[in-house]
Design a protein around this ligand. Sequence first.
Ligand code: ARG
Length: 483
Amino acid sequence: PALKMWSGRFREPLDRTFEQWQRSFPFDWRLIPQEIAASQAHARAIAAAGVLTDDELTKMLAGLDAVGQRPLNWAHRISATSGIPDYETSNQQIAAAIVASAPQAEDIHHYVELELTREVGSLALKLHTGRSRNEQIATDMRLFVRDAIDATTVGLIRWASALLDLAERAGDDVMPGYTHLQRAEPVLVAHWLMAYTSMIERDLSRFADARARMNFCPLGSGAIAGATLALDRTIAAKALDFTAPTPNSMDATSDRDFMLDFAQAASTLGLHISRFAEELTLYATAEFGFVDLPEAFSTGSSAMPQKKNPDLTELARGKSGRLLGASTALATIVKGLPLAYNKDLQEGQEQIFDIADTLAGLLSVLPNFTRSLKFRQCAMAVAAETGYLNAMAAATYLSNKGVPFRKAHEIVGNAVRMGLERHLELGQLPLADLQTLSPEFAEDFFDAIDIRATLDCHDNSGGTAIAQVHAALHATKARIALL
Ligand code: ARG
């Protein structure tokens, strides 16, 4: 076979530097499983159209299977020479070996064709009948993103489960809730943790939406105008578990919405992870002292012997910047591209790989980190019970007695002022003094503003009343279990 997939029209060799520079095989080698699956699906479709005999199809499928084993073969070889077990050979080692093994492969499509030729001889050259690399890369990337969504979904469910376990363990423990990073009202620790499971549930639904929207098969779209063969496009679509073939060949070969959807869902998830990471970083400071960072997930300082640094949460916070960057890069690459395929699109692949790897890394550490968090309940409770976090409950008490809320707010504001001057909490002010501010204050005021009553006055769905949070925990666990 010719060294290039397109050399017939050319008489001059490529500039060597340009040739290396434009190759995508050094990074798109990771699409081997997707390229193999898509090629097998195409082989079935062209066999049905009469291009391959049954025998040829069988040979072709087996040859493609063999090519699909290349990464594993390299892992075995690397492990045989290095002594490390093959499941511990890194992606980088396999990449280096595969890329070095095929210096002439321009991209993943060329690589598979070259390797298939080694397996099945000239039969391999029939595989490209009626297809184009433009539809292939569009298909491979959809398959890759679909797998990445599935892996992310599993990881997110694990993280949500860890948060729910922690919420369950926290029971009725309390902490201050903050607005403007000023103490606002007490909340249950479980309520705070489930703010994050709410975000995760939305993330899961964003990924699921993206998956359903992208699950259409570009095969049969050709280079731009459609396949040059009367293919039954449903054959490939079914073989690859797509819902149906894509409806327009120009769109199918140039559409990268599915990558953008995934990148944007990943960025939003990254923002959630970053907020969680920021809160824990803050709560682990001596100034807050709410959480004892697990040593297994912290690091020391080479200079200051006393340090235990929150590297996990800091790196997690940083990774969200990386996700946002990749998503922005992708959108910038696609912006303004005329229809249909343009080589610029090749640049988008690395962004998607980076997003998938970054998410996989984050979700490999977050569940266990979350599960091993230990809260300093005492410090949290003290902080929840000092600083007039029950002022709103106090105003509600007066309003329940018929004082218009705006007036009640003013009266309790004056009570807070009185407390500040005397260094006393609202519940420590003598009743007689409170009554100088409003005759509605009575003995039952003190019970109405204790910590439990302060929580329980938020007794509606979505609120932090103890019974509400227990119900929410139950409902959330049930929803997650169904996923
Ligand atoms: N490596 C290319 C990419 O990732 C594959 C498609 C190439 N198509 C072409 N007409 N040059 O975009």
